[in-house]
Design a protein around this ligand. Structure first.
Ligand code: NAD
Length: 261
């Protein structure tokens, strides 16, 4: 337990599983008031139960990040519960499938882009509006910190990578830079985290459908293993603390060296 986010309120999308769950726990363990936002209500409730166990503070708000009205309501619920919004981890995402570009369906393209890319834009749209509206006592906005989950697939790609996934994650990094530049003067920092392959239900699902890929994927990480959700959570939480007060507009790799070679 720490106190780096004591008295601060924030949102974690995709907080019902994997990286989002680990991050929600870490934000709460640093004293943050956490709104767990996920379509999977049972997953969110399980995350909240883990936070409750050590006396952390969290609520759940069922949200589809691809729906503007639901994202707007999520920010409103956060403010109703905790009075403000200090940080956000826009992390909800889906993988799509490993289908060659020429066979990829329009329906899957729209779904992946809708959640992974449009969802991050919608979250930032309503979060930044709220952060700008929060008075800080000297006439300016109240500031804030936002972290978006991109991926190493937002920096590089591969011939076999899910088509829309890599495009969406490259887009998340572009969106992150635009937001960081647009609101730096308002005290709002916006960064992206780029995980390598992490042991979560998302990746387990991909390896279930394509077991032949696992050894090769592990070998692509110079460190010799996949990452853990906690290793990404640590970076996301750090980026939201004052320890990262000069970090803005970056796409931070947490990937065991994946993009270094
Ligand atoms: P996960 O499947 O374990 O968790 C994703 C969560 O997002 C789930 O709880 C799911 O219900 C939620 N979600 C999906 N669509 C949603 C929507 N429309 N609205 C709200 N919630 C929604 O996956 P994860 O591995 O923890 O992935 C989290 C993020 O990390 C994703 O953006 C993913 O692309 C990214 N990422 C994962 C890896 C990895 O190897 N696991 C690597 C790089 C980036």
């Amino acid at each position: 337990m720490g106190d780096q986010l004591s008295g601060r309120a924030g949102i974690v999308t995709g907080g019902g599983s994997g990286i989002g769950r680990a991050a929600a726990l870490k934000f709460a363990s640093e004293g943050g008031q956490v709104v767990i936002a996920d379509m999977d209500e049972a997953g969110s409730a399980a995350t909240k139960a883990l936070i409750d166990q050590y006396g952390g503070e969290a609520i759940c708000v069922a949200t589809d990040v691809a729906q503007a009205d639901e994202v707007e309501a999520l920010v409103a619920r956060t403010v109703a519960a905790y009075g403000k919004l200090d940080f956000a981890f826009n992390n909800a995402g889906i993988a799509g499938d490993l289908v060659p570009l020429i066979d990829y369906s329009e329906e899957l393209w729209d779904r992946v882009i809708g959640i992974n890319l449009k969802g991050v834009w919608l979250c930032m749209k309503y979060q930044i509006r709220q952060m700008l509206a929060q008075a800080d006592g000297d006439g300016g906005g109240g500031g804030g910190a936002i972290v978006n989950t991109a991926s190493v697939m937002g920096l590089v790609s591969s011939a076999t990578n899910p088509v829309a996934y890599s495009a969406s994650k490259h887009g998340v990094i572009g969106l992150t830079k635009t937001a960081a530049l647009g609101y730096a003067k308002d005290g709002i920092r916006v960064n992206a985290v780029c995980p390598g392959f992490i042991e979560t239900p998302m990746v387990a699902g991909v390896f279930e459908r394509h077991p032949e890929r696992k050894a090769a994927v592990v070998a692509e990480h110079p460190i010799g293993r996949l990452g853990t959700p906690e290793e990404i959570a640590a970076a996301a939480v750090w980026l939201c603390t004052d320890a990262a007060s000069f970090v803005n507009g970056t796409a931070m790799t947490v990937d065991g060296g994946y993009v270094a070679h």
